[in-house]
Design a binder for this molecule. Structure first.
Ligand code: NAD
Ligand code: UDX
Length: 434
């Protein structure tokens, strides 16, 4: 089949590369000429493990190409996927759909035959209908149907998530769209992946409900972690103990500094806005959003307490800036709240992140960037581990301690074992382990 991907970000580029690996012919379109130049020169504009090899393979097989030209992009396409950003709208928290609507208009104006426009972007209930209306206004001379196909991949494991999903959700309201989407996902169907067809509204809501549910799960374990600290429990044991109940499951029960990233924060907010619009409150998500916002400030207090109540004039070494490991994405990372708050209290920040520096630097003024973990903690009054990159899991702790001015280790991801850290002579603070 001939597929087009509008947007070459974390979702569009991964989806385009994976679809072409399945054997489809894919053209990726982006309005950002630098992105397309980078891709056409053999580079990858984002960090996602395995993506460079995948893209190279499909490009040299002649099944994947990149262009800024929408006309060229949609020429002959059976399905055109919209994978553009839907950030929180400034001021009110609704999803900003302007990029989606613009893409829909451009696609409808350029189609050269019958095709399906597929919303892969995360979009609120009603968007498929709105896109249908845009297409009707443009009135293309060919049959154009709409499908809603939310994406569930995670950054850092995006290729595996895309090629081995738990399910594929497709909202349709025509046989043509259903048949086309069945063909698109045939390679996964052959692997027995459930392809779950629903109506548009359900498909749109499934995406927000899934992300919000996962956010609630993380928010829940974070609060249980706080309770563990008060009562003398160990949150790792509690999470394991509840996770063994298959009704609960053991995934997404790792406590930390609060969830971040390009999806949970904006999608929980957007769900709340939809709930508000339709007067059907989802109060559990409201509570989760509030708890997650407060949590980042609680992390700052934790660092200050570990430093004896004052960080003014002290250097704090930070390990990890991105919202999770194996990505360079800094969107809504907890580090963006924690670091400026520490700076406000007079701390000097020296930070190291394996892949996040190029995005982080303009977002974190006043931060000194180090080239490695040991350099980041040199002469520091404390080290704070914010993101659990693999290279922080087996640090030479004696070397870390020798480099620090004070042996204070604040581990916001529970990477290390409290008893071992104490034996090594650290004043060690972690999450939910008294
Ligand atoms: P992104 O910001 O990384 O990429 C979006 C790309 O779209 C940019 O390169 C931008 O230049 C391009 N673009 C915007 N308007 C365009 C147009 N009219 N024509 C061509 N290109 C255009 O975004 P992302 O993280 O890939 O997210 C895309 C969507 O997928 C969002 O709705 C997001 O919520 C959803 N999503 C993201 C993830 C994730 O892990 N990042 C996972 C699931 C779903
Ligand atoms: C998320 C969803 O998981 C994915 O299905 C959707 O398509 C996009 O949004 P992503 O944001 O890439 O994916 O990463 P994810 O692994 O879900 O982590 C999100 C945030 O939650 C990170 O800040 C992470 O550190 C945090 N998290 C996750 C926890 O604090 N504890 C956990 O147990 C899991």
């Amino acid at each position: 089949m001939r597929l087009t991907m509008i947007g070459t970000g974390y979702v569009g580029l991964v989806s385009g590369a994976c679809f072409s690996e399945f054997g489809h012919h894919v053209t990726c379109v982006d309005i950002n000429p630098e992105r397309i130049d980078t891709l056409n020169a053999g580079g990858i504009p984002i960090f996602e493990p395995g993506l460079d090899d995948l893209v190279k393979r499909s490009v040299s097989a002649g099944r994947l190409k990149f262009t800024t030209d929408i006309k060229e992009g949609v020429d002959g396409a059976d399905a055109v996927f919209i994978a553009v950003g839907t950030p929180s709208r400034r001021g009110d928290g609704h999803a900003d759909l302007s990029y989606v609507y613009e893409a829909a208009r451009q696609i409808a104006s350029n189609v050269t035959g019958p095709c399906v426009i597929v919303n892969k972007s995360t979009v609120p209930v009603g968007t498929a209908r709105a896109v249908e209306k845009i297409v009707a206004e443009v009135a293309p001379p060919h049959q154009v149907e709409i499908a809603s196909n939310p994406e569930f991949l995670r950054e850092g494991s995006a290729i595996n998530d895309f090629t081995h999903p738990d399910r594929v959700v497709v909202g349709v309201n025509s046989d043509f769209a259903r048949q086309t989407m069945r063909e698109v996902y045939r390679p996964l169907f052959l692997r027995e992946t459930p392809i779950f067809f629903t109506g548009w509204e359900s498909a749109e809501l499934i995406k927000y409900a899934a992300n919000s549910f996962l956010a609630v799960k993380i928010g829940f374990i974070n609060e249980i972690a706080d309770l563990c600290e008060k009562v003398g429990g160990d949150v790792k044991d509690v999470a394991k103990g509840i996770g063994m109940d298959r009704r609960i499951g053991d995934k997404f029960l790792n406590p930390g500094p609060g969830y971040g990233g390009s999806c949970f924060p904006k999608d929980t907010l957007a769900l709340l806005k939809t709930a508000e619009d339709y007067e059907a409150p989802v109060t559990i998500v409201t509570a989760t959003v509030d708890a997650n916002n407060n949590r980042k400030h609680a992390m700052v207090d934790r660092v200050v307490n570990a430093c004896g109540g004052n960080v003014s004039g002290k250097t704090i070494g930070i390990l990890g800036l991105t919202f999770k490991p194996n990505t360079d994405d800094m969107r809504d990372s907890p580090s963006l709240e924690i670091i400026p708050a520490l700076q406000k209290l007079g701390a000097k920040i020296r930070a190291y992140d394996p892949e996040g520096r190029h995005q982080a630097e303009p977002m974190l003024p006043g931060v000194e960037f180090a080239d490695g973990a040991y350099e980041a903690v040199e002469g520091a009054a404390a080290v704070v581990l914010i993101t659990e990159w693999n290279e922080f899991r087996a640090l030479d702790l004696r070397r870390i301690k020798a480099n620090l001015a004070e042996p204070v280790f604040v581990d916001l991801r529970n990477v290390y074992i409290p008893s071992e850290m104490r034996e090594l002579g650290f004043t060690y603070s972690s999450i939910g382990r008294s």
